[in-house]
Design a binder for this molecule. Structure first.
Ligand code: ATP
Ligand code: MG
Length: 361
């Protein structure tokens, strides 16, 4: 809903640890960019998750928060330190997992891109992993079976994988649309020599869907070969589409090869809703010390603005996203780096530099 240039309502979920630093700083940078391109100001709706929510609502992901998310245009989710929650919450899905499942955010979109000024094993890497996020080999996340793992006897553990043509086609459309906006190439990652039916269905569905995108070329790789290719020639790939577990593993690999955890953004999306989420966690070891790198969170928010620009046909939002991306890239290239990148800049200094560069253009 809404018209180009008109106000957005975005949810802000600060989360735990460094979320208290990088989420408010991301909000500031988004506000600066949106105003710099002449877009109406964003109405932020702050909602509790994590330790704050345990204190105020007795649960890390309150029903009130979930209900409020439904009515908003998009969400910025901070990191959560769910491993540190009190015992009674630790068996549950994390706040992020709960939101993804509740709203059916089936696409986990994880770019891996090297930045000038950040040392990278694969300096020419510029790819996007499109990970199916509801089924596959993580059947516990799945809509069809409650838990994918079970033990028929105390000495035998089994797990179920689920692949449906509908979910495979849905993620294929996401990947093909994205490739159309990039370099027009989709690589399907599978393991059909061993898992012929499951990953075979995935491969077949993507290949079928891609026929409807004349500008998109498709090739395919076995997941084990793909891991080696990423290390040897990760710069050759554009959009990589794969099932849940392969995507989880490959996106950590690609993220690390292209730079650091502090720079890796992600977006979780359905056809109608999207959530920005940095690839890293709450980093409790450096929380509260003005040392966190806000890059990943800021680039995730830029992905959300791009997604909203597309969905609302609002080119000003795409320009705001581009300003954030360029300002962050210029800041890193100028050597303004936080400690995780070997630099001396504080979180506040980094954010200030990004803000100033957004305004300079
Ligand atoms: P999770 O289980 O939530 O993924 P984790 O313990 O695996 O958490 P992170 O919280 O991401 O991982 O932290 C891993 C390491 O990377 C820590 O030493 C942390 O300080 C560092 N780190 C992660 N994100 C950042 C960041 N944005 N800026 C600086 N350092 C970071
Ligand atoms: Mg981790």
């Amino acid at each position: 809903s809404g018209h180009a240039g008109t106000s957005l309502r975005l949810g802000l979920l600060v989360g735990d640890g460094i979320g208290h630093e990088i989420v408010p700083d991301t909000r500031r940078v988004v506000d600066t960019a949106v105003s710099a391109v002449g877009h109406d100001a964003i109405a932020w709706v702050e909602l509790p998750i994590g330790f704050d929510a345990i204190d105020s609502h007795g649960t890390p992901i309150p029903e009130e928060t979930l209900a409020a998310l439904q009515g908003l245009d998009g969400w910025v989710l901070g990191p959560h330190d769910s491993a540190a929650y009190p015992e009674q919450f630790r068996g549950d899905l994390t706040p992020g997992g709960t939101i993804r499942k509740r709203f059916g955010l089936f696409a986990n979109i994880r770019p891996a891109r090297a930045h000038a000024g950040v040392a990278a094993t694969v300096p020419d890497m510029d790819l996007v992993i499109v990970r199916e996020n509801t089924e596959g080999f993580y059947a516990d996340r799945n809509m069809h079976v409650g838990s994918g793992e079970f033990m028929p006897t105390p000495d035998v553990a089994m797990a179920v994988a689920v692949f449906t043509r509908r979910a495979c086609e849905r993620i294929a459309h996401t990947a093909c649309r994205l490739a159309g906006q990039r370099r027009g190439r989709v690589t399907v990652v599978h393991k059909t020599n061993v898992l012929a039916l499951t990953t075979g269905l995935f491969l077949e569905a993507v290949t079928d869907v891609a026929r409807g995108y004349p500008g998109v070329r498709v090739d395919a790789e076995h997941v084990d070969a793909m891991a080696a290719h990423l290390v040897r020639r990760g710069g050759d790939f554009d959009v990589v589409v794969t099932e849940n577990m392969f995507g989880d593993i490959l996106s950590d690999l690609a993220g690390e090869l292209s730079g650091s955890l502090g720079t890796a953004p992600s977006l979780n999306a359905s056809a109608t809703q999207a959530m920005a989420q940095a690839a890293h966690g709450a980093a409790p070891d450096i929380a509260g010390r003005n040392r966190a790198n806000p890059t990943a969170m800021m680039l995730s928010a830029a992905m959300l603005l791009d997604w909203l620009a597309d969905r609302r046909t609002d080119p000003l939002l795409a320009r705001a996203a581009e300003r954030i991306r360029r300002a962050v890239a210029d800041t890193l290239a100028a050597g303004v780096a936080t400690a995780d990148l070997g630099g001396l800049a504080s979180t506040a200094e980094f954010t200030e530099t990004v803000g100033a560069r957004i305004l300079r253009r």
